[in-house]
Design a protein around this ligand. Structure first.
Ligand SMILES: *Cc1c(COP(=O)(O)O)cnc(C)c1O
Length: 461
């Protein structure tokens, strides 16, 4: 007890602490009231420490420093820049696509000055905020009209609610996908007030399955791009053109949730092919939806292109108001889409395509260059440049892997705990460096490394 009394008496009074010259700087930076609040909190903590452990917490040596540290921590932004060397280019948890400079400038402008979001300078009364973008999307995809919402999940919900509420939507059992984050086709159907009519089997669905399911209450035939998995072996699916043929015979529109949707033929950049919205529009699909921040390389958005009358129904639906995109998204998306009007410079200007199309040999050379600088700082690890396979991510090109190179770190003493400790140390850096642990090594996939100076500054700390 006496020791506790002695310890309590060592706690400095708030007034005395506030007169400490070093706290003056803290007050100047964080304000008087927040500093006082923090000091009170620390005193409570110190008292609790005495009660529980019969000693003062270690930080009691330096109250000013601890106060500053706590306040700085509280002010650290929740969204922190990181260096993505995970090998996943479109990493959903790291914000997917990086925007092109043109898009960044367009957003900045839309944030700082009034813009003609829903204002016609010529008084022509064009109506809604998606108009300028719709014109661009029609040019790029051959569609009659377009509608923009907050993300592709919202796009699917709106398509279904506006065109098939209270009615049946026919979907193959092989396409009842879950995308992650609670987006599952059957659940979205229910939310949109539609009745899911499953046809076929997990691995095989035929024309006749769709045809037999159509009745007077059928509103749509729907196809969902199985973007994050693939069914292999004894399989059969009806393609979009086949579905359009059946739909046209029976007067039922076909809609497609494409997921990623690339507006350029990726095989031109040495990448695996991904279905393009313009091909589906040409095949006669009535509505196609896709994400803005996957392969398209723009901001988070849901894009729906298709037939004029159906898009008009989406635009009129009350959910559109709830799901609409804001001016920053629209500005970024427009600037991104404009880059597609110049395909010859696209791979340079669009970061997503630039990273996806990087040449394996060039990444390897980058690895060799970095190895020489990094390895001497990590004597406890065997550092190597190794070939690896990156992935596009976000369900785009799901089974395809892109050959590249990584810096890999293996503990010389062979202890796995060393790897965890190294990964943790890098996550604690001012700009955290994120890799992945696999096969007893920590891999820093270099595909997405463009800012080498920043990377070296962090790793050589
Ligand atoms: C990614 C994806 C979605 C969801 O798109 P978000 O833009 O993330 O909302 C829906 N359907 C498919 C097929 C997808 O790949």
């Amino acid at each position: 007890m006496t020791t506790q009394h002695a310890l309590y008496s060592q706690l400095p009074a708030t007034d005395r602490l506030l007169r400490d010259a070093r706290l003056t700087a803290v007050i100047a930076r964080f304000g008087h009231s927040r500093t006082v609040d923090t000091l009170r909190l620390l005193q409570d903590e110190a008292r609790a420490g005495i009660r529980a452990d019969n000693r003062l917490p270690a930080w009691c040596d330096d109250w000013a420093q601890e106060t500053e540290k706590r306040l700085a921590m509280a002010d650290a932004p929740g969204l922190r820049p990181v260096i993505n060397l995970t090998g996943t280019v479109l990493h959903t948890n790291l914000g997917r696509a990086l925007l092109a400079q043109e898009a960044v400038e367009a957003v900045t402008q839309a944030m700082q000055t009034p813009v003609t979001l829903e204002y016609d300078l010529d008084g022509a009364g064009r109506g809604h905020r998606d108009r300028p973008l719709a014109a661009l999307l029609c040019q790029l995809t051959g569609a009659e009209d377009a509608c923009i919402v907050n993300n592709n999940a919202a796009a699917v919900l709106l398509m279904l609610a506006a065109t098939a509420s209270g009615k049946e939507v026919v979907v193959s059992r092989g396409e009842l996908v879950e995308i992650g984050g609670a987006f599952r086709i059957p659940d979205v159907m229910a939310q949109a007030g539609c009745q899911l009519r499953e046809v076929g089997t997990t691995n095989r669905t035929h024309d006749r399955d769709y045809a037999a399911a159509i009745n007077d209450n059928t509103a749509l035939l729907m196809k969902v791009h199985t973007s994050n998995y693939q069914i292999e072996g004894f399989t059969h699916a009806v393609d979009e053109a086949g579905l359009v043929r059946i739909g046209q015979e029976r007067g039922v529109p076909v809609v497609v949730d494409l997921g990623s949707g690339s507006l350029v033929d990726l095989s031109r950049y040495g990448l695996p092919k991904e279905p393009m919205p313009q091909a589906l529009i040409a095949a006669g699909v009535s509505l196609v939806s896709f994400s803005g921040d996957k392969l398209l390389g723009g901001p988070q958005a849901g894009i729906i292109v298709g037939k004029r009358d159906l898009i008009a129904r989406l635009q009129r639906h009350p959910l559109k108001r709830a799901l609409r995109a804001d001016k920053m998204t629209l500005a970024a998306l427009e600037a991104t889409l404009r880059l597609y009007l110049h395909p010859e410079t696209l791979a340079e200007r669009l970061p997503t395509l630039r990273l996806l199309s990087r040449d394996a040999a060039a990444i390897h050379r980058q690895g060799e260059r970095l190895l020489a600088q990094v390895a001497p700082h990590y004597p406890d690890f065997e550092v190597r440049v190794e070939e690896c396979l990156s992935q596009p991510g976000s369900g785009s090109l799901p089974v395809d892997r892109l050959p590249g190179a990584a810096l890999t770190f293996a503990p010389r003493d062979g202890r796995g705990a060393q790897l965890e400790a190294l990964a943790l140390r890098w996550r604690a850096l001012p700009v955290p460096v994120l890799g992945r642990i696999k096969d007893g090594r920590l891999w820093l996939d270099l595909r997405c490394l463009e800012n080498e100076a920043q990377f070296l500054e962090m790793l050589l700390k």
